[in-house]
Ligand binder design. Structure first.
Ligand code: SF4
Ligand code: SF4
Length: 112
């Protein structure tokens, strides 16, 4: 895997489903109604065999995501990263992100 490829690491254990990333992304990409660069999906609530409830929110970049190329060129973080108060989304090289991914569960990685 080349070290100069970039992506997003999404630590959805702490995603509250606030949609701030979704709205910020849509604004950044200047998308029309019905188009999204990132969508936050809800999973559950669902009762598990151990009696606990599972409830997840997961932000998923779409094919329109360009990893905030204009912002990154200016040395800024992608707007979804910037607007997430919970620190759920991280931007970096795939190598860096996969190391972090190895450290905890409930993470997904997105690459272009
Ligand atoms: S990733 Fe962050 S900004 Fe997006 S819905 Fe989850 S908590 Fe909100
Ligand atoms: S990196 Fe930019 S374009 Fe991609 S999902 Fe995040 S805000 Fe949207």
């Amino acid at each position: 895997m080349s070290s100069d490829r970039y992506g997003l690491l999404i630590d959805y254990e702490f995603c509250t489903g606030c949609h701030a990333c979704e709205v910020a992304c849509k604004k950044e990409l200047n998308l029309v109604v019905g188009q999204w660069g990132l969508k936050v999906y809800q999973d559950g609530p669902r009762k598990l065999e151990n009696g606990k409830w599972e409830y997840n929110f997961l932000p998923v970049p779409t094919s329109l995501c360009n990893l905030c190329a204009d912002r990154v060129k200016e040395g800024r973080k992608p707007t979804c990263v910037h607007h997430c108060q919970a620190g759920v989304i991280e931007y970096g090289t795939l190598q860096e992100l996969s190391k972090k991914m190895n450290e905890k569960p409930k993470t997904v990685m997105y690459s272009k």
